[in-house]
Design a protein around this ligand. Structure first.
Ligand SMILES: Cc1cc2nc3c(=O)[nH]c(=O)nc-3n(C[C@H](O)[C@H](O)[C@H](O)COP(=O)(O)OP(=O)(O)OC[C@H]3O[C@@H](n4cnc5c(N)ncnc54)[C@H](O)[C@@H]3O)c2cc1C
Length: 392
């Protein structure tokens, strides 16, 4: 008989874990608190480890990528609002794939439905109590019809940054969520910033504030506004738009103007505080956390989706490699992932300066670094073009 696992959350980590579990011969049951699958979302750059994980999960061919040719043009705006060549996310080594979050979820969704055994997926359902008896996990589930109890061999908490599985089994959010004293707002633009090409990426970063536009080959860009604040709680009071307008007041450049105006019309947007999740262990008994629930790297790292895919793919591999020994599988899984998660959590502190410099000196250093890197990139491209033009 198949071993049964409850996967809580239908995001990238949850669907990846469900496919990984199935590859290991388990039977996943997915519960998602939302009434339906979400689509769309913001720009995500998928790094090579994430693309490899997608291949391991058998979904690489379903993944629609949207890279502009050559990574597209990237621009930085100066304090006067003038443009100069910049560096985009897609210009990083490793040729990141440009997608929106929904592209990865759509590919995983297709992968989930490929198996003829079907998938036990329950929307508008969430766990209320989780009781690990040592031999199984008894979970009280809540849906529109009321409460019911079911028993599983494993519970996978893939329910995001503010994971209820983590809170229930491991302890309160304050124990694990580190506060980065910063906010983000991400949304889709209907149109590119005037006078820029459709696939351009643009960054306007000042001390404490950053506005970014990510261009795609085949759809309008997405925007990201991020700012530092000492009073995160206050940001959640009143109108979000007023908060953002106040945070970006005085920064009157074309990107900020366009983004704030577009936000007023945006049918939906993500507005949230920035955190990392740090835990000494990602599993306890028969309960394991994956993705943002376990290690949220946050948007500045640019690695969260990559590691959400990797977490699920590697969980499947560890279960396959350790059949019949769940605790050995979970220990092997964690020791394989933890060193790189720790490294990327540290790197995110540095990368944050690229999105939102901490102060004026950091802003100046950032400008110089980006200028030099953009010039070096341009020289490399020119050399490449010259070599192509005169093959000898
Ligand atoms: C603006 C922004 C830009 C980013 N850019 C990048 C990037 O360039 N590259 C990159 O790799 N990553 C990026 N990331 C990070 C990446 O998007 C996340 O790390 C990743 O999507 C996390 O996936 P997840 O499945 O762990 O969590 P989530 O996406 O949060 O999914 C959790 C799911 O669980 C459900 N859920 C929650 N609570 C319950 C409950 N109690 N019961 C049942 N279901 C529940 C939710 O409804 C949701 O469907 C970015 C993030 C942001 C915000």
């Amino acid at each position: 008989m198949h071993r049964r696992a409850l996967v809580v959350g239908l995001g990238i980590a949850g669907m990846s874990a469900a496919i990984g579990l199935r590859q290991a011969g388990w039977q996943p049951v997915i519960v998602e608190r939302a009434p339906q699958r979400r689509t769309g979302g913001y720009f995500v750059g998928l790094m090579p480890e994430g693309r490899q994980a997608a291949a391991d999960l058998g979904i690489a061919s379903h993944l629609h990528t949207r890279n502009p040719p050559g990574g597209g043009k990237a621009w930085s705006l100066t304090r006067r609002g003038a443009r100069e060549p910049g560096l985009g996310f897609l210009h990083q080594p490793g040729d990141p794939a440009a997608v929106v979050r929904g592209d990865i979820e759509a590919a995983l969704w297709q992968g989930l439905h490929e198996d003829e055994t079907g998938i036990d997926l329950r929307f508008a359902t969430k766990p209320v109590e989780i009781d690990d008896t040592g031999t199984d996990v008894r979970v009280l589930l809540e849906d529109a019809g009321g409460w019911y109890r079911e028993s599983f061999d494993l519970v996978v908490g893939a329910d995001g940054l503010r994971s209820s599985v983590r809170r229930t089994v491991f302890g309160p959010h304050e124990h694990y969520m580190t506060d980065w004293a910063a906010m983000i707002c991400a949304f889709q633009l209907q149109e590119q910033v005037p006078s820029f090409a459709r696939a351009d990426s643009i960054i306007s970063a000042r001390a404490g504030r950053g506005a970014l536009v990510f261009g795609f080959a085949d759809r309008p860009p997405t925007a990201l506004l991020t700012y530092r604040t000492e009073d995160v709680e206050k940001q959640f009071t009143g109108s979000r738009l007023d908060r953002l307008r106040a945070a970006f007041s005085g920064m009157d450049d074309p990107v900020v103007r366009h983004a704030l105006d577009a936000l007023e019309q945006a049918p939906e947007f993500l507005f949230d505080s920035v955190h990392q999740v740090k835990m000494p262990r990602w599993s306890r008994g028969r309960v394991v956390l994956v993705g943002d629930a376990a290690w949220c790297l946050n948007l500045y790292s640019g690695m969260g989706a990559t590691f959400a895919l990797l977490g699920g793919a590697e969980l499947g591999r560890a279960l396959r490699d350790n059949p019949g020994d769940l605790s050995a599988a979970l220990a092997a899984w964690e020791s394989r992932l933890r060193p790189s998660v720790t490294r990327h959590q540290r790197l995110a502190r540095v990368k944050r300066q690229l999105f939102v410099p901490s102060n004026r000196p950091a802003e100046a250093v950032r400008s110089v670094v980006v200028r030099l890197a953009a010039a070096a990139r341009e020289r490399r491209s020119a050399k490449g073009r010259a070599a192509q033009a005169s093959p000898s």
